[in-house]
Design a binder for this molecule. Sequence first.
Ligand code: GTP
Ligand code: MG
Length: 691
Amino acid sequence: MTEIVEKLRNIAIVGHGNAGKTSLTEVMLFKAGVTNRLGRVEDGNTATDFEPEELKRQISISSGFHQYSSKKYTVNLIDTPGDQNFLSDTKLCMQAAEGIAVVIDAVDGVKVQTEQAWDFAKEFNLPCMIFVNKLDRERADFSRVVKDATEIFDDPKPIILQLPIGSESDFRGVVDLFSMKAFLYDESGKATAGDIPSDMQEAAETEREALIENVAEADDELLERYLEGETLSDEDISAALRKGTVSRAFSPVICGSATNNIGVDLLMDFILSSMPSPIDRSPRIGEDPDTGNELERAPDPDAPFSAFVFKTVADPYAGRLTLFKIVSGKLGGDGTFYNTTKDAKERFSQLLKILGKEQKPVTGAVPGSIVAVAKLKETTTGDTLCADNAKIRFQCAEPLPTLISYAIMAKDKGDEDKIFISLTRLLEEDTALRIDRNAETKEILLSGMGQVHIEVTTEKLKRKFNVQAQLKTPKVPYRETVKKKVRVQGRHKKQTGGHGQFGDCWIQLEPLPKGQGFDFVDKIVGGSIPRQYIPAVEKGVIEASQRGVLAGFPCVDFRVILDDGSFHAVDSSEMAFKVAGSLAFKKAVEQAQPVLLEPIMEITIITPDEYMGDIMGDLNGKRGRVLGMDTKGKNQVIKANVPMSEFLTYAPDLRSMTGGRGMFFIEFSHYDEVPAQLAEKIVEEIKASKE
Ligand SMILES: Nc1nc2c(ncn2[C@@H]2O[C@H](COP(=O)(O)OP(=O)(O)OP(=O)(O)O)[C@@H](O)[C@H]2O)c(=O)[nH]1
Ligand SMILES: [Mg+2]
């Protein structure tokens, strides 16, 4: 059984959007005989892009899973999305892989999203290889891409394993520097091995020398022999190539063209020979849920069962599908396990493997397997599953933070609850979404990674749950505060006929420093207001502060000191003092120079150098304040404070400024005063919208 685990490969295909990951996956499945027709992204018939939202846009939105067998090996491919909007799924699904193949477009080169995927690999300590794709395209440039990759990716450092033969429309094959053979491809993707073309002989020899030196460095003993001038055998080099790849000493670079079916067979061979199996990875560390003590699980079939859930798919008919990776032990075709995260026992009736859009029952699975079950009751993404009698909890990666929010409403009146319930279901499968009900503005806020992400979500709402949603830019949660100290009287008196009402208080209102909220101080002496009425005054103040005098936003950062008042033996009541407190507060705010506060966000923008000018100009125009700048690889990183109101829809702006090459993170920072002129305009607009 250990041999099955040794011969298992879980490879995530990652890289920037449009690099050719889905096309490459398609060719691999075709070559392995899994499919009998080669699909194309343009025709909407690939094995791993099948959701209507993907077909419409011709991009991957959710990671696709598929499997092939070759030479007694089983290879699971995870075709991840490269678009910024869907990178959270990429990150979470990369956890199920033992190694990644980074696809780089030979024309576009390394992009910000390529770097992000590379950073995720580093975070998960995943071995990497690079496939330089689209060498058939006009302006494709293998050396430039490798040079860029070497500058940007230092850990693990790229090393060249192949050279392209011919370029652009004349791209015909590759020279393999390990076997020192040329592979030339015909139109069907069939390779003929032969001698290296004479004009490439010299370059190939130089590169082979560099390769062997790099590879030898992964093994001290080998390096010593190499430095002493010994000629290393093919077995030595091949073993060291595998060792260095698996230990992240380097990441081998190979090349080809997915759509022209060049170099794909060599990629498949490399996955078998040099990429890690579950056994090559160190045991996964977890903790005992009862004691918090560290525990570990190795990919041993005889160890107790443990697994973690990295993805959930919401299906309104078939129910929830839970995808998990088995870390240790075995699982049968049906049975039970324990969910440590939810503290719940779960039962499943059919273990499944995922083959594109289909699921196929399996009778069992070993460590390292990527499998799924349907209709679990409690389990969601990120949970740990394990044997009842050997509990463990693993740490899972968090989804990426959301970047953009929209107010979401039902198109048809009365569908609001349905929207909310359906969104909750979608949140199960897409953990990069967030919904909040804003108590202040009464809106349902849908937050995600970008505009396209939010749009796709409304399309899924329609398709999966048959509810139509409308999106609107959300309202900005402004606040109000005061700038001056004042003292006023609040007097509530109604003493005409029957039982009257009487409450009278004097309060001081003063500003507090930013972010301090609210403070109420009781300084009544001599019983000018009886004890039992003092909380009522405070209640009145709090109630009035919920709706500020400027535009009805909550008032914050102030102190109220109650220092005097009077009462009536019969007519005073809690209600009367509450009204008095409320009146006093409103009067005080009007005199205390009220101002509007707006939420300020901290934004981090990562962009290639050439767009810096445009981005900085745009930041200035949007009242941004730059906090600092830094470089990261070939990119610039800008940090700035920006008003939320100006950045509600920044994703499309940045996309158009940088041709999709820039990206950003944004999070709430603090509240700050709105410049007076602008505040006036906002207040007027809000008043007008209320009328
Ligand atoms: N000329 C050429 N085009 C290619 C090659 N590989 C892929 N393409 C085309 O590039 C486009 C994008 O390919 P995909 O396979 O969808 O790219 P992807 O990396 O999966 O993109 P996302 O899923 O959006 O991240 C499609 O139009 C493909 O036909 C190639 O080797 N050469
Ligand atoms: Mg794709």
